[in-house]
Design a protein around this ligand. Structure first.
Ligand code: NAG
Ligand code: NAG
Ligand code: NAG
Length: 606
């Protein structure tokens, strides 16, 4: 008897050791989730068998009602409590202690109360469904601080007050807020990107933008004080003639604005001077004959300190040849009419310096900060350079940063771009982003944008034999909307050693390395060979999972699609240039992958 009993005990002990429960939620999180549920007012529904939601069980291993977990990590991913007559309030402070939460759906209940600021603690949240309740009060200003938000539905509530500016939620696909009491003007939305949008039956005022994409009157209807082209209520034309009093007032404002601008600029430069000079990073180039030391895209702000004197060496060298600055058609109004002298007179600040040239941030009087790329010793006849620049300018792609002006003398070439304030992909991946999560969706988006842009440029510029020539993560920049764009296209002459027909393959390789950086989060050294070699070796050993950036694994990004992207990357970095796919093929593969990713996101919404 005794023997059997101890055998059972030993068996159980071994069983526990052999089959550990995996990582479970911490006590704090479990308590917070239980608090959250208590305040939701579950009523009699909590008598449901296997309801869970108590501190003596784990949400994942005990399969709490309405909870779905990340299978590898055993952390809560989705909370779906729909149409079960919950009648309390939502304690966002508690539920957001579950930092891995991706989906929260509480639609069609009887919930009341307002939506608090703490909603933004749910940093990973992608999908938020609060529609069909009785929520009231103002929307929290912190709503735009949900960086990963894809879809939000707050329709059919009693919400009031103004909408916060959601333009920072760059990934937003759905915004539904119909049937509330929202007021004020509509903030900006990126209507091109949104898949669904509805603000009908509220109390919005003012005009709607002329171009609201696919969303017509229906999405805006039922707001008596809203006007616009799409609506039956056309906006009154603005008064054209200003009377003298208005002019005086306006010019007063202009003077005030100027004073503020100058003061801000002074403070800004004072601060800047105090900044420590930072290292110029470990950039890499893809091929022989291409800059090997220089790093820093058109935006990296790594080096502080003005270097006006240095920039004006150019002026001494080429004094008085203002006619040589060619301003290409620019979307930036202020740049049109820019003269070479304006550039020389302007404050300049060295951003990066390399073997083949330097990069400056320049602040001309027109107010738009520009970046000047100065290339030394590029042996290209002036005519050919001009032809090249004009050809590149003709081929426009929204994800390729256009050259706004160029200058060409025998010794050096200057290229002017609009400054991009959000840095480069290199910076985003390899410099600390206090708290900002660079998630899988954003990475896939950048991969897709870049592939499509590069494929387009390759097709258009094939006959001209102009590849990018120097693609790297520091040349992929982030616009003010955190959209990606490629810079410095075609600034490197392919050296005589490599055959022109291969020049496009070199871009494909470089793009593969960028993909590897996105997937592994690791920086690149020695032309990306190290990274490609390392990834290949790990994949051969069938440890594929090991190569991925921990941040992606933790986020719960689909391994299937990360492996998919990895395979595309490995095709691009094939040692034999002729075996690499063309950029158009690469782009097609990535677009498919992205569509698959979006489909699976949509299906996890249910
Ligand atoms: C807690 O929830 C688990 C899972 O539903 C259940 O088995 C257990 O009996 C509950 N414990 C208490 C104290 O209610
Ligand atoms: C909300 O509460 C009312 C009664 O107060 C009830 O009739 C209704 O069914 C509830 N709605 C939902 C969706 O539970
Ligand atoms: C997974 O586990 C890590 C550490 O154990 C944790 O930081 C993270 O929030 C967890 N959840 C998800 C979904 O990645």
């Amino acid at each position: 008897m005794c023997g059997i009993q101890s055998a059972v005990i030993v068996f159980c002990f071994v069983f526990v050791l052999l089959f550990p429960v995996g990582k479970t939620e911490t006590k704090d999180v479990v308590e917070a989730l239980v608090d959250f549920m208590e305040k939701l007012g579950p009523g009699s529904i909590q008598n449901t068998p296997n309801w869970g939601w108590n501190i003596s069980s784990d949400p994942c291993t005990s399969h709490w009602f309405g909870v779905k977990c990340d299978t590898t990590n055993q952390t809560v991913k989705n909370i779906v409590l729909e149409q079960i007559s919950l009648s309390g309030t939502v304690d966002f402070e508690s539920v957001c202690k579950e930092t891995s939460l991706l989906l929260l759906s509480l639609k069609f209940n009887n919930l009341t109360g307002s939506l608090p600021q703490e909603i933004s603690n749910c940093k990973r949240l992608r999908l938020l469904y609060l529609n069909g309740n009785h929520f009231s009060g103002d929307l929290p200003d912190s709503l735009p601080d949900l960086p990963n938000l894809l879809r939000i539905d707050i329709s059919n509530n009693e919400l009031s007050g103004k909408l916060p500016d959601m333009s920072r939620n760059t990934g937003l696909l759905t915004f539904l807020a119909q049937n509330n009491h929202l007021t004020g003007q509509l903030p900006n939305f990126n209507y091109d990107q949104l898949e669904s949008f509805d603000v009908s039956n509220n109390d919005f005022t003012g005009r709607i933008p002329d171009d609201t994409g696919r969303f017509g009157a229906k999405s805006f209807a039922g707001n008596p004080q809203l006007c616009g082209k799409e609506l039956s209520n056309a906006c009154q034309a603005k008064k054209k003639k200003k009377n003298l009093r208005d002019i005086v007032i306006y010019s007063g404002f202009a003077v005030l604005a100027l004073v503020i601008l100058v003061l801000t600029a002074i403070v800004f430069f004072k601060k800047r001077e105090n900044l420590e000079a930072a290292k110029i990073g470990s950039g890499s180039a893809m091929q022989k004959g291409v800059e090997s030391k220089e790093d820093g895209g058109v935006s990296s702000e790594s080096k502080a300190g003005k270097s006006r004197s240095e920039f004006s060496i150019t002026s001494a060298e080429n004094g008085g040849v203002s006619a040589s600055l060619v301003v290409l058609s620019s979307p930036v109004e202020a740049v049109n009419g820019l003269r070479f002298e304006d550039l020389l007179k302007a404050q300049a600040e060295l951003i990066a310096r390399g073997k083949h040239g330097s990069l400056y941030k320049v602040f001309p009087d027109c107010g738009v900060p520009l970046v000047v790329k100065r290339i030394k010793n590029w042996e290209i006849p002036r005519d050919e350079f001009k032809k090249r620049m004009e050809r590149i300018d003709q081929v426009k792609h929204p994800k390729v940063l256009p050259v706004v002006a160029y200058y060409c003398s025998k010794q050096e070439k200057l290229l002017v771009y609009e400054f991009q304030q959000n840095g480069s992909l290199f910076k985003l991946l390899h410099e600390s982003q206090d708290g900002h999560i660079f998630d899988w969706g954003s990475r896939l988006n950048i991969a897709c944008n870049t592939a499509q842009a590069l494929a387009f440029m390759h097709t258009e510029l094939k006959d001209d034999q102009i590849p990018h020539g120097n693609l790297k993560s520091s040349n992929i920049l982030l616009t003010k909307d955190m959209d990606s764009c490629m810079s410095e296209y075609g600034l490197m002459m392919v050296d005589n050693g490599s055959q022109n027909s291969n020049a496009f393959n070199v871009d494909v390789y470089a793009f593969g390395v960028v993909l590897l950086e996105l997937l592994t989060g690791k920086p690149v050294q020695s032309n990306g060979l190290d990274l490609a070699k390392w990834v290949n070796s790990v994949v051969k050993e069938e440890w594929t999972g090991e190569v991925f950036d921990k941040a992606l694994v933790v986020e719960g990004a689909s391994e299937e699609r990360m492996v998919g992207l990895l395979h595309i990357a490995l095709k691009c970095v094939n040692g034999s240039p002729d075996l690499r796919p063309g950029m158009d093929q690469v782009a097609t593969m990535i677009v498919c992958l992205k569509e698959e990713d979006e489909r699976s996101m949509a299906s996890s919404e249910i």
